[in-house]
Design a binder for this molecule. Structure first.
Ligand code: NAD
Ligand code: TYD
Length: 351
């Protein structure tokens, strides 16, 4: 038995594969284009594991995707592959449309053809689409957290492309009866997150003595979830979720950005004090706001708890400490991204 994971060399996908192979004997086919965000160092622990087959390629490559279905007959697809960074989507939205929209469409088509083959694996086949809470738009301080019935109101090219992909997944269920599941999750943090996102960027800049950029007034709120809690939730939805359903996943950990950055500085002050005795918080610098910056995201994760019995294990305090410890112990992983050598390895391996 095998599952097809897309985007498995990225942040959440690699955590998912490591977690999956630690818990089950079932193999994983990992289809990843290895964009700037894909990093095979994330999967170093399973490099020689026969259960992990890495394929460099595009989810939008119809022939390749069809070949993978024919060759491996996966019993499930977990679709992580995406362009995922809001700031990049503002400066260059095209790749977001290509991968998040057209790529998801291509995968759905291949899955539909596979499900129609009558192969034994096709009988219990499931397509799990990993999405974001950003599709619901922005909340006011007094609003209730997003539930699965909130209206879609995406505000960035990233969230609009993810919203479009969610709609395609829904349409394939209603029109073709494809057995799909969708998860919409809040902001993740943890090991292997590319240091362009807030948490790893702040840890890296602090340790390098660089400014810690806070967009606007820093009072935007995000709902933080430790990445392995997200992986456990996805596994739970894959195992027990009702077909055609949507599950919101969140950590019940709303924090303003400024508080997130201050907490990171406090933990770093304790674990790796600066040589001059100042706090890392002295590096905090308010910068120009992101255009269209959503004010608040918050997830009501009661459906997945009630129906599937999932709750996060980490609080923000425990998760952020683990994350900072991981980055302190894995400085080479970050250094290879900063100097670009993580790509050299990839290019040599898959030239
Ligand atoms: P990431 O940017 O770290 O990784 C994305 C991976 O997808 C990379 O390995 C990249 O090489 C690969 N990829 C990109 N385009 C591809 C293509 N056309 N074909 C095959 N592979 C391709 O992203 P992430 O943070 O791990 O997010 C994974 C998924 O989870 C995304 O769908 C994202 O929308 C969703 N999500 C992320 C968060 C978060 O906080 N990071 C929260 C909720 C949902
Ligand atoms: P980010 O990690 O990019 O995730 P998302 O935009 O998907 O929520 O950003 C998290 C929050 O932190 C968001 O409100 C933007 C803010 N932010 C900063 O203030 N400074 C930064 O340098 C970055 C990257 C983000």
């Amino acid at each position: 038995m095998t599952i097809l994971v897309t985007g498995g060399a990225g942040f959440i996908g690699s955590n998912f594969i490591l977690d999956w192979l630690a818990q089950s004997d079932e193999g994983v086919i990992d289809l990843d284009l290895l964009t700037y965000a894909g990093n095979l160092d994330n999967l170093a622990a399973v490099r020689n594991d026969d259960r992990h087959v890495f394929v460099q390629g595009d989810i939008g490559d119809k022939d390749l995707v069809a070949r993978l279905f024919a060759e491996y007959s996966p019993r499930a697809v977990v679709n992580f592959a995406a362009e995922s960074h809001v700031d990049r989507s503002i400066h260059g939205p095209e790749d977001f449309m290509r991968t998040n929209l057209f790529g998801t469409f291509t995968l759905l088509e291949a899955a539909r053809n596979f499900a129609a083959t009558g192969a034994p694996e096709a009988g219990n086949f499931r397509f799990l689409h990993v999405s974001t809470d950003e599709v619901y738009g922005s909340l006011a301080p007094e609003d209730a957290p997003f539930s699965e019935t909130n209206r879609y109101e995406p505000n960035s090219p990233y969230s609009a492309s993810k919203a479009g992909s969610d709609h395609l997944v829904r349409a394939y269920f209603h029109t073709y009866g494809l057995p799909v599941l969708t998860t919409n999750c809040s902001n993740n943090y943890g090991p292997f997150q590319f240091p362009e996102k807030l948490v790893p960027l702040v840890i890296h800049n602090a340790l390098s003595g660089k400014p810690l950029p806070i967009y606007g007034d820093g009072k935007q709120v995000r709902d933080w979830l430790y990445v392995t809690d997200h992986c456990t939730a996805i596994r739970r939805v894959l195992d027990r979720g009702a077909l055609g359903e949507v599950y919101n996943i969140g950590g019940w950990n709303e924090r303003p950005n400024i508080e997130v950055v201050q907490t990171i500085c406090e933990v770093l002050d304790e674990l790796q004090p600066r040589s001059g005795g100042q706090s890392y918080a002295d590096l905090i610098t308010f910068v120009k706001d992101r255009p269209g910056h959503d004010r608040r995201y918050a997830i009501d994760a009661s459906k997945i708890e009630r129906e599937l019995g999932w709750r996060p294990l980490e609080t923000f305090e425990t998760g952020i400490r683990k994350t900072i410890q991981w980055y302190l112990e894995n400085q080479t992983w970050v250094a290879k991204i900063v100097d670009g050598s993580y790509r050299t390895w990839v290019e040599k391996q898959y030239a």
